[in-house]
Design a binder for this molecule. Structure first.
Ligand code: ADP
Ligand code: ZN
Length: 514
């Protein structure tokens, strides 16, 4: 298609002067009737890649989307821009559907949004000649490798057989390499051209903090952001409600949002958030999909997400206007353990556990987090980003051999029968019920780590886990146990490099400055 025609259409129907990176290339490939897979972050501008061709193509463009709740808004928006569109889903009765088929018959519709469950209705009315393009939104839902698998999507593989000469445009904001290939296989478009937009969102700062005293940390975080919109993602409905009410007590316009609320309540909250009537939404993952609010200034993860795709998609809802925005992830071992339990009940347990492991590595990283994040999506970054907590405050390493020896021999003396908290209590010589009941005062390692704070011990033990000296026995109540490698430290004097704990370091710096 001629460039002038594309630009005129872009201007006339969408009001934009220029294409964003990749949009033009994708659109041209669509006009060449090729199959395409587009991986573009949320807010990257995927919709135009099929909406614009739909205007110019001779026949109808089908848009398959799982987001029934958003279809009406999308279609209303298109119609308001003078693009004839309609939708078909399970919320409509026969008369509604009949009216749409009439319009299709008269060539009065350019875009038809269809829920995957409702596809069978249209097969009777349409054939290969009547469909110019099939766009499949949220295409990762077809793959059980992805993070949001939906059974209704699995049947979409038949589309290529049913409409063999119609190009397919699959779009998603989130898919790692394995998922990308799987999407193409499942859709029967193995030769699809893959377009991967950069996932780098430089305007989002990245930060991870240990998940202790989370509410205090959140209160600090929003202290200087009193008028800015933000989302706090939580794992459970209960947490969203507790958090929202605590924030309300502090005077913030906060609201809980989760799948337990009815449809009306939910859309009211969304609307209030979009109109800045509500400032903070404490939400389960149900919130934000498809929300078009460009000035979300921050996103906090109260609990750890189950994989990096989900995490990236959620933080990606901040700063869609390109202005600096902040993200904060809380990392706690109890979250990891809970997620591990969820994952081990899942059908594709191995995949989920591996993804969780990558999430954990990100949270525990001691090098530029953005590099790790983009690397996960197959993007290589030359330089450190300068906009993550590690870049701003890089860890300093020191000889931690003695600390490691104390920790490892303590676990050895405890006969690998205690979780991380008891190990720390024993190292610090704490007095409590467990210590007394088990006579832990008698151990030679009791109290040898008094000089190190509880929090710092926790951080050092986590590092020792990551370095492969300690394992968490998930099948035995999360007890810490030693690995083969630990013997080298205990008996062969292997040197252990530990990173200075950043929070302590930051505090020391502050103390020195004042
Ligand atoms: P996605 O579906 O990838 O999340 P959208 O298609 O909703 O993203 O686009 C995100 C925002 O960017 C929308 O407000 C859209 O109007 C805007 N947008 C898309 N393409 C362009 C463009 N070429 N120039 C300016 N704004 C654009
Ligand atoms: Zn960085």
């Amino acid at each position: 298609m001629e460039k002038g025609v594309l630009l005129n259409t872009l201007k006339e129907y969408f009001g934009y002067e220029n294409f964003r990176p990749l949009q033009e290339k994708i659109i041209n490939s669509v006009f060449e009737a090729k199959d395409n897979l587009v991986i573009m972050p949320t807010g990257g501008g995927k919709s135009i890649c099929y909406q614009l061709p739909a205007i110019l193509l001779p026949e109808i463009t089908l848009v398959i989307s799982p987001l029934i709740a958003l279809m009406k808004d999308q279609v209303d928006g298109l119609n308001a821009n003078g693009i004839p569109a309609a939708y078909l889903n399970s919320s409509q009765d026969e008369a509604d559907k009949e009216a749409i088929f009439q319009k299709i018959d008269k060539n009065e519709i350019k875009l038809l949004y269809v829920a995957p469950e409702s596809l069978q209705f249209i097969d009777r009315f349409l054939n290969d000649e009547k469909v110019s393009l099939i766009a499949i939104d949220e295409a990762h839902c077809i793959s059980s490798w992805g993070h949001d698998f939906r059974p209704a999507y699995t049947q979409l593989g038949y589309l290529k057989n049913r409409y063999p000469s119609t190009p397919i445009l699959a779009l998603t904001a989130t898919a790692d390499k394995a998922t990308r290939n799987d999407i193409c296989m499942q859709l029967n478009i193995p030769g699809a051209k893959k377009h991967v937009a950069s996932f780098d969102r430089k305007n989002l700062s990245l930060e991870v903090k240990p998940g202790i005293k989370r509410f205090e940390k959140i209160a600090d975080f929003i202290q200087n952001r009193k008028t800015e919109s933000g989302i706090i993602y939580c794992l459970s409905r209960k947490t969203t409600e507790e958090l929202a009410s605590k924030l309300k007590i502090k005077g913030y316009k906060a609201e809980a949002y989760h799948a337990g609320l009815d449809h009306l309540e939910r859309s009211q909250i969304q609307e209030d958030f979009i109109n800045d009537e509500k400032q903070i939404i404490c939400a389960t993952i149900a919130f934000g999909m498809g929300i078009d609010k460009s000035n979300i200034r921050w996103v906090i993860h109260y609990n750890m997400p189950k994989n990096l795709e989900g995490y990236y998609q959620e933080i990606g809802r901040a700063g869609r206007d390109g202005l600096p925005s902040d993200t904060l992830l809380f990392h706690s071992y109890s979250d990891v353990i809970q997620l591990q339990k969820f994952a081990s009940n899942a059908k594709n347990e191995d995949v989920q556990l591996a993804k969780l492991d990558r999430m954990k590595q990100y949270a525990e990283a001691l090098s530029c987090r953005r590099k790790i994040l983009l690397g996960y999506f197959g993007e290589f970054m030359e330089e450190n980003c300068g906009n993550c907590d590690i870049c701003r405050n890089p860890p300093e390493f020191f000889d931690g051999t003695i600390i490691a020896q104390k920790a490892l021999s303590c676990i050895f003396r405890l006969k690998a029968s205690e979780p991380i908290s008891t190990v720390i209590d024993v190292l610090r010589g704490a007095q409590n019920e467990t210590v007394r009941r088990n006579n832990y005062e008698q151990l030679t390692t009791y109290g040898v780590g008094k000089d190190i704070s509880w929090h710092n011990w926790q951080q050092y033990l986590i590092q020792l886990i990551n370095l492969g000296y300690i394992e968490i026995a998930f099948d035995r109540n999360n007890h810490l146990q030693l690995t083969e490698q630990a013997k080298k430290v205990l008996f062969e004097n292997e040197k252990v490099e530990l990173a200075e704990v950043t929070e302590q370091k930051a505090k020391l710096k502050e103390e020195k400055a004042t």
